[in-house]
Write a protein that binds this ligand. Structure first.
Ligand code: AMP
Length: 396
């Protein structure tokens, strides 16, 4: 993935450049509540404008399921981009996405101007990656740039199909994701520590299997740890448990031993009787979880142990919270891990989704080397998979 063309390899002057971004932002009552994804896409837009190109932006928003739904209109995004780049952004309000209205607006588009298309998922062909729709999109421009990392793991018309019909390259955001995540996977500064958490082992099996060959330290917390406890012969009370993954967890523990990977599990656990923000809780040794209680966070000894390992590392990747961080009583493990990362001088990479949300929530976002803008995409990248939206682009 490191040998793909970047936007700087294209001659964009006096060209119309179709740029796929991930503007799938959270909205409430028609207002954008978090614009990080929009801001992250602006360097590519500004570069093309500065080089004398015209920018035709496209994205999906939410799940309109292949038909026009006003609540998923991208118009608020056009307005936000306009504020960010201090320039008019035209909005092609066209239920067909590439209808006559859009075509006319794009014909009239001059170098230095920006237009945003309507939600590409208004068309059912988009998710089916239908060639006809890919061609319609391609007909609008001279060049294609993909900068939508958050959807790069999906082979859709706007993320992959269209690349077959135009000279193509990746934008700065995808380039940055590849540089950090790809760089850590291919050539990490060691020790290389990977911290995995979140609800389920089954979501992270591919990541563990890929990284067990690469990491020096593998730290496991969150709900997925209890399946590993069971594999070690501990009882886990009413904690999250994937019975059908216990054998796999045993094999992974064995594999880590064989490969000399330092696999760390929580030594103590915060337990409560109910999954409730106001439940009474206490901390017990991980081998001692009472029958009627569930683990909801890593304990204090574990926080210290994990923080020490993080501080020894030179590269750290973190994906998945250490506990139910949405509830303040069970957020401390996740907070401590975020804090240890913020104090480390290692390259610190935060996978998208919940860990990115946690780092934001606790105020450590600007202390990390890189926070991925894609949850699913970063997971698949960590699994060692080729992402279709990047694969489709031209090589250098
Ligand atoms: P994931 O989407 O797999 O990254 O999981 C994130 C979710 O896992 C968050 O909503 C957490 O609340 C949840 N989680 C983390 N630790 C636990 C736990 N010990 N018990 C139940 N849920 C947990």
């Amino acid at each position: 993935m490191l040998n793909k063309k970047t936007v700087e390899n294209l001659n964009v002057k006096d060209k119309k450049v179709l740029v796929r971004c991930d503007f799938n932002v959270p909205m409430k009552d028609g207002k954008i509540t978090d614009d990080i994804r929009i801001r992250s896409a602006m360097p590519t837009v500004e570069y093309i404008l500065k080089q004398g190109g015209a920018v035709v932006l496209m994205s999906h928003l939410g799940r309109p399921k292949g038909e026009p739904k006003p609540e998923y209109s991208l118009e608020p995004v056009a307005n936000r981009i306009s504020e960010l780049i201090n320039k008019e952004v035209k909005f092609a309000d066209d239920n067909l996405v590439v209808g006559d209205n859009t075509k006319k607006m794009i014909e009239e588009l001059n170098s230095g101007e920006v237009i945003l298309l309507q939600n590409v998922r208004y068309r059912k062909e988009e998710k089916q990656n239908e060639e006809s729709f890919s061609k319609e999109l391609a007909s609008l421009a001279d060049l294609y740039v993909n900068d939508a990392f958050g959807t790069a793991h999906r082979a859709h018309s706007s993320t992959a199909g269209v690349a077959a019909f135009l000279p193509s390259a990746m934008g700065y955001l995808i380039e940055k994701e590849i540089k950090f995540i790809g760089g850590a996977l291919e050539n990490p500064k060691r020790p290389f520590a990977v911290i995995l958490g979140g609800a389920k082992v089954s979501d992270k099996i591919g990541v563990i299997e890929n990284l067990i060959d690469k990491a020096d330290t593998l730290i496991i917390g969150g709900g997925m740890a209890y399946t590993f406890f069971k594999a070690k012969g501990y009882e886990v009370g009413t904690s999250l448990l994937e019975e059908d993954k216990v054998t796999l967890a045993k094999n992974l523990i064995e594999k880590a031993r064989e490969k000399n990977v330092d696999l760390l599990l929580p030594v103590d656990t915060v337990v409560a009787k109910e999954f409730d923000a106001n439940a009474d809780y206490k901390t017990v040794d991980s081998s001692n979880i009472p029958e009627e209680m569930m683990g909801l966070d890593i304990g204090e000894k574990t926080r210290e142990l994990f923080a020490k390992k993080i501080k020894e590392a030179k590269t750290v990747i973190w994906n998945g919270p250490m506990g139910v961080f949405e509830m303040p009583a069970f957020a401390n493990g996740t907070k401590e891990v975020a804090n240890a990362l913020s104090e480390s001088d290692a390259t610190t990479i935060i996978g998208g989704g919940d860990s990115a949300a946690a780092v934001e929530k606790f105020g450590y976002a600007n202390m990390m080397s890189h926070i991925s803008t894609g949850g699913g995409a970063s997971l698949e990248f960590l699994e060692g998979k080729m992402l279709p939206g990047i694969d489709a682009l031209e090589n250098k």
